[in-house]
Design a protein around this ligand. Structure first.
Ligand code: MG
Length: 253
């Protein structure tokens, strides 16, 4: 069931989202060649503790996963699209890194992600296109439009750039739980689906595959999703509320 939040509940979700945004900003600032993925995870652990928030990812176990998630961030490098488990890998100059982070504060969830180039990486266009897709989604994330308008806006930007879109993963409703209905595809038909109402909260998460193929597979750890052609993937995410005043991004710092 799709839950509609009151304005007071949106303010509570903003507080949770601010923790997420602050942690992501701190991790982004720490990204540099030689930094271990586990060190970025520790930054998020510290901010959770300081904020009296809890991880939405640690021990999370969806049906597709063989084991509970062992960290508070997902760290996805190069051809890993999403759900990378942070290990002791040191990021290198030229890597494309995506960090995804979710938290609960006072019973409300926030979920967001950024992609960035490490050092002098050449993937800025991929990130720019994902940002453009997010902007296009936000433009149509207004009351009276439909979920398909958001999905179409994201997919149109990705396809125009020649990128692949992994079907089966995308955005989602969010509130008391990190993952709630509805599922938000990254490609869809305008004018179709759920009508957007004030108080609807969605995690929007464009993800594109730079090789142009839509194909992906699960890595041996049962979590990481990799592009099947080995080309790089981008993924960005914000938790967003539909309001009468336009979309309210809840996961800014
Ligand atoms: Mg999400």
């Amino acid at each position: 069931m799709v839950e509609i939040k009151t304005s007071g509940e949106l303010d509570a979700m903003r507080a949770a989202g601010r923790v997420v945004g602050r942690a992501l900003a701190a991790m982004k600032a720490a990204v540099a060649p030689g930094v271990r993925l586990t060190e970025l995870n520790e930054i998020a652990v510290t901010i959770l503790a300081e904020s009296k928030a809890t991880s939405a990812f640690l021990h999370y176990k969806p049906d597709f996963a063989p084991t509970p998630f062992p960290a508070v961030i997902c760290a996805s490098v190069n051809d890993v699209i999403v759900h990378g488990i942070p290990d002791r890998y040191r990021v290198r100059d030229g890597d494309l890194l995506t960090i995804d982070f979710g938290a609960y504060l006072d019973g409300w969830a926030g979920d967001a992600a950024f992609s960035t180039v490490v050092g002098s990486g050449g993937d800025q266009r991929l990130i720019d296109v994902a940002s453009e897709a997010m902007e296009a989604a936000l433009k149509v994330a207004v009351p009276g439009n439909r979920l398909g308008d958001i999905e179409h806006a994201i997919g149109k930007v990705g396809r125009a750039a020649g990128y692949g879109i992994p079907d089966g993963f995308g955005g989602h409703g969010i509130g008391r739980h990190m993952h709630e209905p509805p599922f938000v595809r990254n490609e869809g038909r305008p004018g179709r689906g759920l009508v957007l109402r004030p108080g609807l909260t969605l995690a929007l998460e464009p993800m594109f595959l730079s090789g142009g193929s839509d194909r992906y597979h699960t890595a041996g750890d049962g979590w990481a999703l990799r592009s099947s052609d080995g080309t790089r993937a981008v993924h960005i995410e914000h938790t967003v509320a539909i309001t009468d005043d336009g979309p309210r991004i809840l996961t800014l710092p």
